[in-house]
Design a protein around this ligand. Structure first.
Ligand SMILES: [Zn+2]
Ligand SMILES: [Zn+2]
Length: 381
């Protein structure tokens, strides 16, 4: 069970932004691992508080939460803005809140401090059913931070102008002492002057002003694996935004959408196709070229084929993602009844009708219940 966000932050329902911020700031300090290493749940609690803050400090999310609760946000996150994981990187929020005081991540012991890591980027693409089935190479162009071409990410074109930071003596970390009502509180954090790198640049690169990265257009080629489906994501590691001064790049997330197909519907790795037979074709039997993902295939429909019958074309579906084999194609039969008959046709059909009886429609053929059962099986899988 998720806890109520107001309860998590310990603020009333009508708390204003200042109260929300104040309460979160207080909690975040308490739960910061440097301050509270004895509590094994501090990381979880910190994440919970950060999530609560993220929602309650955003008027739009807060109003969704007030109306629909946690469930509303989950749905909202999927529907709006490309459907990316509802919440941004916790380290980012922490950093935007505390500046560089605590470094990139509050759980920083294992996390390298220093120049900021590049951002993750989300891109949506639309694929045809065939592209999704068999895989495709896509060139994606988007705007992102790229490594500065002038200094190659170093932040300067003159390496001799990189000096040890005086504030932290090149260590990248500084100790801060705070007086709180609970007493003195010593914290080790990233040096704000050098961002933890231990170095300062005296003559920064003119193009990127020392950041080592510039915002510009980027083209990335992404391999979409065979069998990918609607709504799935591909991570292209390291293809997100460039980090500052050579810091690790973010990742690129490619979200797949499928375009509607004129002839097929996809159900997991199976392909569904509808075929129309004339009354005569169904009664007399016929052979037709049926479209598949691999081109047309001859399919025999026996005499007495009934509406609702399903032909299974084994292995003609979508290849299984990261696996062997393929789904099937299911061909659902519809029988068309002729309209606008002329006198002669009506007479022929009349004669035909009088010559047939229950023996032509009964047990040897398809009992209506059987058709219904098969239809049900088809649509419930
Ligand atoms: Zn540069
Ligand atoms: Zn420093």
């Amino acid at each position: 069970m998720k806890r109520d966000y107001y309860e998590v932050l310990g603020v009333p329902k009508d708390a204003d932004l200042q109260q929300v911020k104040k309460s979160y700031r207080k909690l975040a300090r308490e739960l910061h691992p440097d301050a509270n290493s004895s509590d094994p749940n501090s990381e979880e609690k910190f994440k919970e508080a950060t999530e609560a803050y993220e929602v309650l400090s955003d008027p739009e999310k807060r109003s969704i939460y007030d109306t629909y609760g946690h469930e509303g946000l989950r749905r909202g996150a999927g529907g709006a803005g490309g459907g990316f994981d509802g919440f941004p990187d916790f380290g980012d929020i922490f950093q935007s809140f505390f500046g560089n005081f605590a470094g990139g991540s509050p759980f920083g012991a294992a996390q390298p401090t220093g120049p900021a890591r590049g951002q993750d980027i989300g891109v949506e693409i639309e694929l045809t059913l065939e592209e999704a089935a068999f895989g495709v190479e896509r060139e994606l162009t988007f705007e992102a931070y790229n490594t500065c071409p002038d200094c190659e990410g170093a932040g300067t074109t003159d390496p001799s102008s990189i000096k040890a930071c005086a504030d932290c003596a090149g260590r990248g970390r500084v100790r801060t002492v705070r007086q709180t009502i609970l007493g003195q509180f010593v914290q080790t954090g990233t040096c704000p002057r050098c961002d933890g790198s231990g170095k300062v640049i005296e003559s920064p690169c003119k193009r990127c002003r020392g950041a080592g990265r510039v915002y510009s257009e980027r083209t990335v080629t992404v391999n979409i694996p065979a069998g990918i489906n609607e709504g799935q994501r591909i991570r292209a590691s390291g293809n997100g935004g460039a980090g500052e001064r050579g810091a690790r790049a973010g990742d690129l997330y490619v979200q797949v959408n499928l375009a509607p197909h004129p002839q097929f519907q996809r159900r997991d790795d199976d392909i569904l196709h509808n075929v129309n037979l004339t009354l005569g074709q169904a009664a007399l039997g016929t052979t037709l070229d049926i479209p598949t993902l691999d081109g047309e295939q001859e399919v025999v429909f026996a005499p007495g084929t009934q509406p609702g019958e399903v032909k299974i074309l084994r292995g003609k579906g979508v290849p299984h993602l990261h696996g062997h084999g393929r789904g099937n194609e299911e061909v659902l039969v519809n029988v068309m009844v002729p309209r606008n008959l002329d006198d002669q046709q009506r007479a022929l059909l009349q004669e035909f009708e009088e010559s047939t009886g229950a023996e032509h429609y009964g047990d040897d053929g398809e009992h209506p219940d059987g058709v219904l059962r098969r239809l049900r099986n088809l649509f419930t899988g």
